[in-house]
Design a protein around this ligand. Sequence first.
Ligand code: ADP
Length: 579
Amino acid sequence: MKKLFRSLSFLLVFVLFLTSCKSAVNGTYEGKARGHNGDVVLNVSFENSKIKNVSLKESVETEDVGKLAIEKLIQKVNSGDFNLDEITGATYSSKAFVNALADAIKKSGLDYKKILKNNPVMNEKFEVKEMNTDVVVVGSGGAGLISAIKSKQAGANVVIIEKLPLIGGNTLISGAEYSAPNNWLQEKENIKDSVDLFKKDVEKAGGDKELIDVLANNALDGAKWLRDDVKVEWTDELMFFGGHSVKRSLIPKGQSGKELINKLHAKAEELGIEILTETNAFELLTKDNVVTGVKAKIKTGELIINAKSVVLTTGGFGANKKMLYDNDKEVDDKILSTNSPGSTGDGIKMAQAIGADVVDMNQIQLYPVCDVETGKLLYTGDTRLVGGAIIVNKEGKRFVEELGTRREISMGIKAQTDSVAYQIWDEDSMQKSKILPTHEIEYKNLIEGKKLCKVNSIEEMAEFFGIDKENLKETIKQFNEDSEKGKDTLFNLRRLGFKVKKAPFYCLKAVPAVHHTMGGLKINKNAEVINKNGEVIKGLYSAGETTGGIHGKNRLGSVSIADITVFGIIAGTNAGNNK
Ligand code: ADP
């Protein structure tokens, strides 16, 4: 029995030895994957199931960037390092290299997932899809949806592409107030306004007069189109924004861009417009200087959309730190951003790559009262604009006129201890400002996050945020006395008429953030993109925050929704007719 057992064991070891010999991989295998411009083909040789050498057999990647990246990655693998991080600026080539390597390993019969375990082989199957349409709209914020609807109504086939999983962009997270001279609520309230007065208000910031003329003459029609055709519901109150001569801003239901985007989305669906999300445009296609479509990254590879017109509505660059810091030396990491993560200036960069001109790129608007963690614009802070509020620093002292420009206040805050401010108001102002119930969710989140306190005394407030108690009491005492006399002795606050007197008291911790980028692509009044020689780039249109020129040094509150509507309508109609 013992003998039999010994023989069986020997047999087993022998069989194991044979199988292991059989599975040792030797020889050279070819691996192939789609890169930026075409296939990347590698020769991968194995010795005793280990990669011995990798060489590039074939590649049409761009000489400088793509090929260099692949050469670097080859060196890494040949030295035994399999942590193949993407090479900056050559995402596609890097990805293609890893995919081609994986392909060769798979062909050898070895487990590529084990060997490349630190490298997500992003697209096992990199495919290039292609489609044809009349108009492709890049970006699904307000300007994009409006353009698409108008192109479709002009009889064109339209596709919208959006890089994020969600549509709406900055428009969705805005208050979406709309300034329209001579609107129906002004009529009711007997407010005297005119197109010329609106024009003058906007022109003060030094923008392009021809574009402002188009904006002013069409703003009311745009608001009516949204109301009557798209069924956007406006409240029956008007809002007064700084820089406007009269109260002329319509407020959508819920004072939120959701109302606008939801209704535009419904209209686009009703018209059968295709919206492709997670489709990230990165290059404009051209033939003989005419734009013929766009290339986009998708989960499984790449999508080429051939079109007669492209409308760029990718928003601004408020979420692109490099572009912000390069264009405005006063903006740094102490300034957060109110922007949607999609606002990375892609449309501007893609058009610049084919010769488009830009204007006012250094004009960046900041917003002073934003969430200390996320940079989100805080509507609770509107108490400063409506009922009245003061702003102090950690030392309990005022340092700026609370109704100064957004930039003055923002830079003032940036210069204080910890670059934060504390906005303070009382119950009278709270009631007058009607923050609740409209902004109840934000209000509750701020309270829960301990970024806003509601307290019964100034002492409690100082303790809550660690503000200098004695100074704070003195600051409020002096402000209330000044307000009583009707003259702010410290900063000459232009609108008094409020005090910090009636409990409960509120204090909101806030930081400044980048809100709007005024600069962008140069367009003409037909929303056509202009090149550096001052000529129209055929087949290319743009609208909304991607464009520059209208708002000059300072975009007035509620003018951007009028802008995206008026120029979205023009861009969409013209692109739709360009068949
Ligand atoms: P606007 O107010 O001018 O309409 P928004 O910020 O509301 O601008 O909308 C811009 C939209 O464009 C956002 O949803 C953003 O995610 C999208 N976007 C930005 N870059 C790209 C891109 N490269 N490809 C597709 N969509 C993009």
